[in-house]
Design a protein around this ligand. Sequence first.
Ligand code: AMP
Ligand code: GLY
Length: 418
Amino acid sequence: MKILIIGNGAREHALTWAISQNPRCTKIYCSPGNAGTAKLGTNLDIDIESNNEILKKCLEYCIDIIVVGPEKQFEQGLVNALKEKSILIFGPTKEASQLETSKSFTKKMCKQKKIPTGNYKIFSREDDAKKFLREQPKPYVIKADGLAAGKGVLVSSNIEESDQFISSIFEGKIGLEKSKVIIEEYLEGQEMSVFFAIDKNIIKFVGSAQDYKRAFDYDRGPNTGGMGAFSPSPLLTKRTLDKIVNKIINPTVEYMREIGSEFSGILYAGLILKNGEPKLIEYNVRFGDPECQALCVRLGAQILDIYFSGAKNELSGLSINEANDSAITVIVAEKGYPRNPRSGCELNDIVDIKYDKALKIFHAGTYFENNFLCNAGGRIFSFTVRSRNLNEARTIAYKELTKIENDNIFYRTDIGSY
Ligand code: AMP
Ligand code: GLY
């Protein structure tokens, strides 16, 4: 099977690695890919913002299945564009991807289907939003409605900062376009991410994880795309999973069917758990980054089976086996990340170290220039270890990380410790 993987992060490197383990995989292409994926397959230069260009390249390279990492391609309607073509893809249509791309869409669905989530109000006028905020208890939760590349949410008790955030959303400085503002009830509790594969016929549990969004130790500093994760989440008992499926996932799938936008693909539920009761914070229509790195080393070659069976609506016949072990991933980022990341740092010294063979290094946005490995973005590597339990995986990961002596990077030292 010839596979095209879209994206350039450590999530996509991890997907590439897992898929390359599957005997059904004969050739992997990545676009744009990074220096890590180039070692497992061929990176292709495609304008991935154009469905037509992707389609053209798939025909040229005889691609059997496309695996998409980021949400962008679902939002731009790649699945719609491939309908009735012979190339397989497992993911939502443009309309169904609104579960991630439009928070107001998801909130309205929650209200209609009585899915547990925080109370909220949507505003299209700045002064109304600011007035309402003053009537709310702290901390405030403020969100931009549309896609915002991980920068669309503020949780703060500071009224000036909150006002500023609301203004920035209405001015179009946050998010990909000017959007409405959502003010939401603050939900207290423990956070986890739960992943499902969903096709026309069935909902299958894939795995769970917990991620760390703040830049610095003990959850200090600005929000980031994610500084580390581990899988599975110890918060997820069988009873809680049943509740999540019955109260949250089933009604979601039912709603999407009722409105004629049936959901297919990976559904990532971001949840808050309090006293054993799950509430939905948000949906994503893809694997999370960095959660995917920890999931991929545990699921291995099964990842391709999930995408393949899902694309053919044959998930019913697939058993997804979660190993009885744990994995951790710690992000190594450029030291200015997330506020002022520089690109172009030399990283050869980091990859040339002799590490424990339990460690996998997944690259994010790296490239080679004159034989030097350089970084293109703020997050550089995911140091990922799978082991018998989380403690052991964490010990190995941090022992290996201390071998790095490079002043241009930093990482959190507390991933997996709470
Ligand atoms: P989101 O992009 O919606 O996942 O939000 C980013 C992060 O903000 C989440 O992972 C939570 O840590 C936090 N967050 C979002 N909504 C809420 C809420 N209603 N209550 C508490 N924390 C929240
Ligand atoms: N780890 C959060 C995300 O991928 O959206």
